[in-house]
Design a protein. Structure first.
Length: 295
């Protein structure tokens, strides 16, 4: 994936390299046999008379385990209304419900731009800055960036006002009709009939370089799939590995980007897995929706 040149995003970035064209059996059960009391001799002394037999150790153990399990279940279901617990108010009625996971350790944002689906309202913290950078990387690597109208909606949601105005002009030049034509797209960023253009980015991790209360530099390690799926495509879908670094600033109670740069890698060794057909790739893009919230 490239954010500039003929098939990328352009703008404020450094270190860009133009991307070339893309044509177990279950364990056995152990049986314990309880032998008769005595020495095992059928002709030996008779067994003790049953009258006041002591409780079986196995029975005591089983009862103890059951009591502990019941206590644990009661503790979990108690619910005190705090994070990690559940109560009737969490679900709108009786019963419990699984809570969404917040990988950052903070509550996921509640805000989202209705037009672009980009999350907003990130926490004013290192984790909030990382979440913002990861989400912005997904948007910058999406196929929407190849359409002028969608791009003009996305950029103001990602960048601070001053940076957005400056970047829009550069991106419009980078995504010129001539540039799009070279990768098999029309002026609106659409592939030819029978073809599907694929551009999807997935962040694998984030790293904070610098952080203060109002500014942050965050590197996002990404992978993605990019190219045109279809019979006879001159730009077949391939994967890419790259790192996108965004400089963020706290503006109007949210993190916004001021600039970004891109470099290749880190990239793993390619596997020997057989590539899917163009039709399989196109169907996967249609059937598997992308995520609207990263990290």
């Amino acid at each position: 994936m490239s954010l500039g040149g003929d098939d990328g995003y352009g703008g404020d970035y450094e270190g860009h390299e133009a991307r070339r064209g893309r044509g177990a059996a279950p364990e056995g059960h152990l049986t314990r046999t309880r032998l008769p009391e005595g020495d095992g001799d059928p002709y030996g002394p008779p067994r003790r008379a049953p009258g006041r037999a002591k409780p079986s150790r196995n029975l005591i153990t089983v009862v103890g385990v059951i009591v502990l399990l019941l206590a644990a279940i009661a503790f979990v279901n108690r619910g005190d209304g705090k994070d990690g617990g559940s109560s009737d108010s969490d679900t709108g009625g009786g019963g419990t419900e699984a809570h969404p996971t917040a990988p950052t350790g903070e509550r996921p944002v509640d805000g989202k731009n209705a037009t672009t689906d980009i999350a907003s309202g990130f926490a004013k913290s290192e984790q909030g800055a990382q979440s913002a950078a990861a989400n912005y990387a997904v948007a910058l690597g999406s196929a929407d960036m190849y359409n002028r109208d969608r791009r003009h909606e996305l950029v103001p949601q990602i960048f601070a006002n001053a940076a957005a105005d400056r970047l829009q002009t550069r991106l419009d030049k980078a995504y010129s009709a001539a540039s799009l034509e070279r990768i098999g797209l029309d002026a609106n960023g659409k592939a030819a009939d029978g073809m599907t253009y694929v551009s999807r980015t997935a962040p694998l991790g984030t790293k904070v370089g610098k952080f203060s209360g109002t500014s942050a530099t965050v590197a996002v390690w990404c992978t993605g799939v990019f190219g045109t799926a279809g019979e006879g495509s001159k730009n077949p879908v391939t994967n890419d590995w790259f790192t996108l670094t965004l400089k963020l600033r706290w503006v109007n109670n949210d993190w916004k980007a001021e600039s970004y740069s891109q470099k290749a890698g880190p990239a793993p060794v390619n596997s020997d897995r057989t590539a899917s057909t163009a039709d399989e790739i196109a169907k996967a893009v249609e059937q598997y929706g992308g995520f609207t919230y990263a990290r």
